[in-house]
Design a protein around this ligand. Structure first.
Ligand SMILES: [Mn+2]
Length: 424
């Protein structure tokens, strides 16, 4: 479902006076506010097809009702989100959870909602019904050549689905690794994985990228074959120019300095994109910015500084995606919050006085450097983000409108109370 244009206009009218005052107050102190708004309007964050249903933990899943029953309904949900914020104009599909069996129909539906297809994601971490070989002991790392071949073939099939939809990148996340010492020969696992990735890489169209995602632990708890950014970088470097490292914020050991990782990967031209989420302990997949918004800001500060240093386009030169899954929130409300948190952090990073920061660094003025960053971080930029939304034709307050229109209740009426989104 989409919100009626008239309803959206009424929502904005009701908040306009208050918004205009807040925006004027904020904009007064920001000379380049127009430029920032232009950047914000261009900046789109892809929504993964698996984030539209209620997630779960290994202990249980508590569905919320009205979940999308098909790829078409997932796209409908992303279309609604994009209507509310004009910042979610892309969807990232997971194969085989969301196979576009009629690509032409799916493409025209995407056009209707003004969505494009971001990275396609392969899955060699689960066995599918009717599959010849099991991934119990890994996929690309496997000791058996036929299992490795099955995993390579699956990735090539995912690329084909992506080509049909106009996607331009493949994300490979491998759950491969080991749970106990001695289970795996690390060197052979690396070599097998590299050989498999090379076969997948050879099947990429000329204008495609492949993202190698890493993760410190889980589902394997002794070793992961792509366990950190160094290992991902090794694979990406050996594969070639179309291969990049993908940073998922939740895939690090506690207290890792993700902003430094990002800065170095970007400098080496090997940062491909992001999976945004937040965490307190491990791969918690919590709402972006809910636990440590300062870290999110510091990451964006490195991104903006690094992209500007290389003359990169903020909106298009890296892949921006959310990767989260929720047990206690309405998935759409959660995504509204996540997109907002990303845009706030991006705006704050755009406020950093770069020249003054460089000077403070050159003078070893540690206090001044901290003041400059925190001046930007402590600025309430929400009116700027709202103004960009308003100018783009979206809602001043997406969450308020979502609740006022009782969107979830309406979805439950159409889709039912007990639906389960595919892949969950
Ligand atoms: Mn991820």
């Amino acid at each position: 479902m989409l919100i009626e244009k008239k309803t959206l206009a009424e929502h904005n009218d009701s908040l306009l006076l208050q918004h205009t005052r807040r925006f004027a107050y904020t904009a007064e102190t920001i000379p380049n506010v127009k430029e920032i708004i232009t950047k914000l309007k261009a900046f789109q964050i892809a929504i993964p097809s698996w984030a539209l249903g209620t997630g779960g933990t290994r202990f249980g899943r508590f569905g919320g009702g009205g979940e999308p029953r098909s790829l078409e309904e997932k796209m409908e949900d992303v279309g609604l989100l994009h209507q509310l914020n004009r910042s979610s104009g892309a969807i990232s599909l997971h194969i085989p959870w969301d196979i576009p069996s009629d690509a032409a129909k799916i493409r025209s539906l995407a056009a209707q909602y003004d969505l494009r297809f971001d990275a396609v994601n392969s899955n060699t971490f689960q066995d599918q019904p009717g599959q010849s070989h099991s991934y119990k002991f890994g996929s690309l790392q496997h000791v058996d050549r036929s299992v490795r071949k099955q995993a390579v073939d699956h990735n090539i099939e995912v690329i084909k689905h992506g080509i049909e939809l106009g996607s331009k990148s493949l994300t490979v996340w491998l759950s491969d690794g080991s749970c106990f010492p001695g289970q795996l020969n690390f060197r052979k696992a690396f070599e097998n994985t590299l050989a498999g990735l090379q076969e997948i890489y050879a099947a990429l169209p000329a204008d495609w990228k492949v993202f190698v995602e890493y993760k410190a632990f889980e589902p394997n708890f002794y070793s992961m074959t792509v366990g950190d950014w160094g290992q991902s970088y090794l694979y990406a470097n050996k594969l070639g120019d179309k291969a990049y490292t993908l940073v998922d914020l939740g895939h690090h050991l506690p207290n890792a300095n993700i902003q430094q990782i990002v800065a170095l990967l970007l400098n080496e031209k090997k940062l491909g994109g992001f999976h945004f989420n937040d965490s307190k302990y491990g791969d918690d997949d919590l709402t972006v910015g809910s636990i440590d918004p300062y870290q999110l800001f510091l990451i964006f500060n490195e991104l903006v500084e690094g992209m500007d240093a290389r003359g990169m386009n903020h909106a298009n030169d890296l892949g921006w995606m959310i990767d989260a899954s929720h047990n206690v929130k309405d998935p759409l409300e959660d995504l509204i919050q996540s997109v907002e948190a990303i845009k706030i952090a991006y705006t704050q990073a755009l406020l950093v006085d770069t020249k003054a920061l460089v000077q403070a660094q050159e003078n070893n003025d540690v206090v001044k450097a901290q003041e400059i960053l925190q001046q930007a971080y402590r600025t309430d930029v929400r009116p700027i983000v709202a103004e960009a939304r308003l100018q783009a034709g979206a809602a001043i307050d997406p969450l308020q409108l979502f609740r006022k229109e009782k969107v979830r209740e309406q979805l439950v009426k159409v889709r039912g109370e007990k639906t389960v989104a595919t892949g969950l």
